[in-house]
Each structure stands twice: as C-alpha cells, then as structure tokens.
Design a binder for this molecule. Structure first.
Ligand code: T3D
Length: 262
C-alpha cells in the first residue's frame, strides 16, 4: 500500500509530508489517522524538537478529499458531523496544545480545512507560488477545522469575513503582509530555507518554547493581571531549567549556547 504520510527525522526536526500528490494531498480518513499517529509519536520522541508539516508534490493540501465516501444520516443526507468529531476537531486541538514547535511549510496551495490546519501550527512559512484559500463557500460549506476561531484572531474580524465569504485565494506575499505567514521564499530555495529555519528552532531552548506557547495560549482569555501571574509562574519554571543556566553561561563565555530542552 502507498504511504499517505512520510516521516523524516533529522537534526531534531521531524518532517511530516502529506503524500497524496496526485490528489493535491487531499485529506482522507486514512491520512488523518496517519497524521494523528505521527503527531503522537513525535510528541513522545525526545529527539524531536520541531515538527514540520508539509506536502509532497506541488500542493500543501487541497483540504478534505471531496471524492471520499462521507457518512450519511437516516434521511440519506451527507453528515459531516462524524468526520469533524473524529478527525478535524481533535487534530486542531492537538496542534494548538502541541508541546513542541510546529511549522506549516506551505510548498504550494493550502486550501479549505488545510489552510486552517496550517494556521493551527505555530509558524507558517510559504513558497512564493503558494496560496491560502478558505475555499469552503465555493462548495456551500462554512469554514471548519478551527478557521472561524483562528482567522479572525490573526487578521481581524472584517478581513476574516471577507476572506471566508469571497473564498478568494490569498497569495503567499499577501498572506505575509496580513500576518498569516511568517516568511516567504522563492520556490527553488523553499525546501532548503524551510529546513534551515526549522533546524535553527530545533537548536533553540525547547522548554522555554513550550512555556511560551502555554503563555500565548491564554493571552486572549486572560486579563492583564491573570496573564502577569501566569507569566511569573511559567518564567519561574524557565528560570529553574538547565537551559537557562546554559544560556547565561554561554552569554558570559561569549559562545553559542548548547540547549538540551531540560
Ligand atoms: O469531511 C468534512 O468534514 C468536510 C470538511 C471539509 C473541509 C474542506 O476542506 S472543504 C474544502 C475542500 N477543498 C476544496 O474545495 C478544494 C478543491 N480543489 C480545488 O478547488 C482545486 O483542485 C485547487 C484550487 C485546490 C487546485 O486547482 P488546480 O487546477 O491547481 O489542480 P486540479 O487540477 O484541480 O487538481 C489536481 C488533482 O487533484 C485533480 O485530480 P485529477 O482530475 O487529476 O484526477 C483534482 O480532482 C484533485 N483534487 C484537488 N482537490 C481535491 C482533489 N481531489 C479530491 N479532493 C480534493 N479536495
């Protein structure tokens, strides 16, 4: 059987590549299951510090596979409740809560649910020819996979509304200007630049990154006082770490730090 997801581990980076290139890496139940397993494995694998999600071939992913058999209700209508409850919603929760740095490396278009999966990663980087598209309205659906929560928090409610109602593609450079994408590289350089970027993060202080993610996850719910209390608690934890001691030592000795994530 052909693998629908490939996993490569190198220099602290696990690269998970959606691998149905003939179908622009459209998401099936099988691909969701493989992704779920891979994310769980990488969370437990101490040698992995950064997870990169990307696509094989010319697309990141074209969203839900529209040719897959979908469940039906008693009246015979397509019932999207089960795949959302089983696959999409847990995936978005997993990505938002993920204990390691996640990078969506958009080698090509990220469409429908796959745009929102990318946005649920910590950092999005893109090849110049890539685009992001909340394509749902084109097939008379509403944006799911966390899109209605994620997108307005990134670009503001008006832009989110327009992007969702028009279902227009957002080219990579425009997505960068909107804050959806952190870096855009030319297509020919993309794979190498994305790998180097991920490896730089993998050499960073993994424990401090995890705690930073925990702090940011609360920042839109907490008031300033609650956030200051949370920062103090998490900063104490960071301060107790071997990495902090190493960071201080490296600074004093004028050398690069060697972080272990402890
Ligand atoms: O299950 C649930 O819970 C529902 C959840 C839904 C979440 C969603 O993601 S809804 C959004 C679903 N996705 C789409 O609506 C996008 C559909 N695809 C497209 O509009 C276009 O393919 C693209 C704009 C993404 C790219 O266009 P283009 O011209 O570059 O490529 P293409 O020729 O259309 O596609 C290449 C092949 O991929 C083609 O197969 P073929 O004809 O060569 O055998 C095409 O059918 C296939 N493909 C592309 N997208 C999908 C797909 N096959 C299945 N599902 C797809 N989503």
């Amino acid at each position: 059987m052909t693998e629908v997801l490939t996993i490569a581990r190198e220099n602290g980076v696990a690269t998970l590549a959606l691998a149905r290139p003939d179908k622009l890496n459209a998401l099936t139940a099988e691909l969701h299951a493989a992704l779920r397993d891979a994310l769980a494995q990488c969370a437990d694998d101490e040698s992995v510090r950064v997870v990169v999600l990307t696509g094989a071939g010319r697309a990141f992913s074209a969203g839900q596979d529209l040719t897959e058999d979908l469940p039906r209700d008693e009246a015979g209508r397509i019932d999207l409740g089960p795949p959302l409850a089983r696959d999409y919603n847990p995936l978005i929760r997993t990505l938002i809560d993920y204990p390691k740095v996640t990078i969506a490396a958009l080698n090509g278009p990220a469409v429908g649910a796959s745009m929102n999966i990318a946005l649920a990663c910590d950092i999005v980087v893109a090849a110049r020819s890539a685009y992001l598209q909340e394509a749902f309205a084109k097939i008379a659906l509403i944006p799911d996979a966390g899109g209605t929560w994620l997108l307005p928090r990134i670009v503001g409610p008006k832009r989110a509304m327009a992007l969702m109602l028009t279902a227009e593609p957002v080219p990579a450079d425009e997505a960068k200007a909107l804050g959806l994408v952190h870096a855009v590289w030319d297509d020919a350089a993309f794979a190498g630049e994305a790998r180097a970027f991920a490896e730089r993060l993998a050499a960073g202080p993994a424990l401090a990154y995890r705690l930073t993610k925990q702090a940011l996850a609360k920042s839109f719910d907490n008031d300033v006082d609650a956030q200051l209390v949370l920062e103090a608690a998490l900063q104490r934890e960071a301060g107790f770490s071997e990495d902090f001691a190493e960071g201080i030592a490296a600074f004093r000795e004028k050398r690069a730090p060697r972080y272990t994530g402890r």
